[in-house]
Design a binder for this molecule. Structure first.
Ligand SMILES: [Zn+2]
Length: 443
C-alpha cells in the first residue's frame, strides 16, 4: 500500500472533485481512497508516502485510437507525387508501409510509441494494428511490448480485403485468437481486445459477414475507421446504395462495444443510427486536419446522445496535444469562440472513461475508490486558483504531455521524475533506427 500525496488532485470523477492538498491511497492495483493528505496519512499510517511536492496529481490519460504500426513513417523518404487526397495518402504511405513490416518491426514500432505514451502520461491505449505480411502473432507481440512498459492496452488487427483473401482470412483468425487469449488471460486487467476492421471501403460483403460471425462467437464488438474521407462514402454508395454507417449497420457491425473511428462524413440519419445502436465514436482532430478530410460533426453527435471519445490516430501519443487541437478546431470551424468548451473535456475525460469501461473490468481514467491506480504527477504549479469549475482551463492551457514527471499504472511506478523504470529508451530507439533503415529500403 502507498499514498501519493501532497498534490493538487484533479480527480476527473463524476463530481469533478478537486482537492487542494490531496492524496490518493493505492492498495495493490486499485485506488482505495482519495482524500486530504493529512487525513489519509493519519488513516493509513503503515502506507509508504510518495510526495508530489505540490504538483498536480491526476488520472492517466486514455487514448481511444492509436496506430503503433505508423512508427517508422517518421521522416520516411517520400516516393512519387505529393498526395492530393486522403486516398492517395493511404496508397502512397500507409498501405506501402504496413506491407513491409516484419514481426520484429511490429515489436519495435510498438515499443517506441508506448514509451512515448508513458512519457506523456497516457496509461490506457486502444491500438488498431496492420501488418498484412506479418499478421499471425502480431497482436501477441504488441501485447508483449505493452506489458514490458506496464501500460494498459486494448488491441485489434485491422482486417481488410486489400491484400487478397488469404491475408483477409489471417486477419479474422488473428483477431479471434487474441480475443480468446485475453478472455483466458487479461494480465491482471491490463489487456483487452476488440475485433479490428480497416474500413468499409476495403471490406467486401462476404468478409463483413464472416467477421460478424467470428466476432459474435467470441462476444466482441468492432474497432473500425468509419466515413473518414469522402472515398469511404462513395465506395459504400457504389457497393450497396447505402452510406457507410448504414452499410455497417446492415451487417450488424454497430453496437455498444463498437468503436466507429472518425465519423467525419456522416449525415443526420447516420448520427441517429449511431445513437440508437449505442455505437461509440472516436474523434481524432489532428489526424483529420492533417489528412484534410474535413471536420467531424462532434457537437451534433454528442447532442444526439452518441458517446464520442478522443484519440490521436497515431499523429502523436500526447493526448494533451489532442485536447488542445480539438479545442481550437471546433472553435475555428464554426467560427465560434464560445464553442467546444464543454464538448472537448466531455470527449477526453467522461466519454473516454465510458469507452474504457466497456473493455476493462475496473474504472479507468478517474481517481476514485475501486478504479485502477493509473495516475500521473504533472510539473505544474498553477498561478490562478483551480477548482472543480475551472480545472479544464488549467489542463487545456497549463499542461502538456512533456510536463508529466511520474506515471503510475496498475499501482506500479513506470516512470519516476522523467526516468523510465522498466525499459531503456535509448537502447530501444537505437535498435528501431537500425530496423527503420531496412524498412525504408523495402518501402
Ligand atoms: Zn486510424
Amino acid at each position: 500500500m502507498f499514498i501519493l500525496g501532497n498534490g493538487l488532485v484533479i480527480t476527473l470523477d463524476e463530481n469533478s472533485t478537486v482537492l487542494q492538498n490531496g492524496a490518493v491511497v493505492v492498495e495493490g492495483n486499485l485506488i482505495k481512497e482519495v482524500g486530504e493528505t493529512e487525513a489519509m496519512k493519519a488513516k493509513y499510517p503503515q502506507a509508504e508516502f510518495m510526495d508530489a511536492k505540490g504538483k498536480v496529481i491526476m488520472p492517466g490519460m486514455i487514448n481511444a485510437h492509436h496506430h503503433f504500426y505508423s512508427t517508422f513513417a517518421r521522416g520516411i523518404p517520400s516516393k512519387g507525387k505529393p498526395a492530393k487526397t486522403f486516398g492517395e495518402i493511404l496508397e502512397g504511405l500507409w498501405w506501402r508501409l504496413d506491407k513491409v513490416l516484419t514481426l520484429d518491426d511490429v515489436y519495435y514500432s510498438a515499443m517506441l510509441p508506448i514509451i512515448d505514451c508513458v512519457k506523456c502520461g497516457v496509461t490506457t491505449i486502444f491500438d488498431h494494428h496492420a501488418s498484412p505480411f506479418a499478421v499471425k502473432g502480431s497482436l501477441d507481440i504488441i501485447a508483449k511490448a505493452a506489458m514490458e512498459n506496464g501500460v494498459r492496452a486494448c488491441l485489434c488487427y485491422e482486417l481488410s480485403d486489400r491484400d487478397g483473401e488469404k491475408i483477409s482470412q489471417e486477419g479474422i483468425e488473428e483477431n479471434v485468437a487474441f480475443l480468446k487469449r485475453v478472455a483466458d488471460n487479461n494480465e491482471d486487467g491490463m489487456l483487452a481486445a476488440s475485433f479490428g476492421l480497416h474500413a468499409s471501403f476495403t471490406l467486401n460483403d462476404d468478409t463483413l459477414k464472416k467477421a460478424k460471425e467470428a466476432a459474435d462467437a467470441v462476444g466482441s464488438g468492432f474497432h473500425i475507421h468509419t466515413a473518414e474521407g469522402p472515398e469511404d462514402v462513395e465506395d459504400s454508395l457504389k457497393r450497396s446504395g447505402k452510406r457507410v454507417v448504414e452499410r455497417l449497420n446492415s451487417f450488424g457491425i454497430l453496437g455498444p462495444k463498437t468503436l466507429a473511428i472518425h465519423c467525419v462524413h456522416v449525415n443526420d440519419d447516420e448520427i441517429k443510427l449511431l445513437a440508437e445502436t449505442g455505437t461509440n465514436v472516436v474523434h481524432n482532430p489532428e489526424s483529420n486536419m492533417g489528412n484534410a478530410v474535413g471536420v467531424s460533426p462532434v457537437k451534433k453527435m454528442l447532442d444526439a446522445g452518441v458517446t464520442v471519445g478522443l484519440g490521436t490516430d497515431g499523429f502523436t501519443s500526447d493526448m494533451f496535444e489532442s485536447i488542445k487541437v480539438a479545442n481550437v478546431l471546433h472553435k475555428h470551424a464554426p467560427q465560434d469562440p464560445s464553442a467546444s468548451w464543454a464538448e472537448v473535456p466531455q470527449m477526453a475525460f467522461a466519454n473516454n472513461q465510458k469507452i474504457a469501461a466497456k473493455f476493462f473490468p475496473n474504472p479507468v481514467g478517474k481517481l476514485a475508490p475501486g478504479a485502477y491506480a493509473d495516475m500521473i504527477v504533472v510539473d505544474y504549479h498553477p498561478w490562478t486558483p483551480v477548482h472543480s469549475g475551472n480545472y479544464y482551463g488549467h489542463i487545456l492551457f497549463g499542461i502538456s504531455g512533456r510536463a508529466v514527471e511520474t506515471t503510475i499504472i496498475n499501482g506500479k511506478v513506470v516512470m519516476k521524475d522523467r526516468e523510465l523504470l522498466l525499459v531503456d529508451e535509448a537502447e530501444v530507439a537505437a535498435k528501431a533506427r537500425e530496423l527503420a533503415v531496412k524498412v525504408w529500403e523495402r518501402f
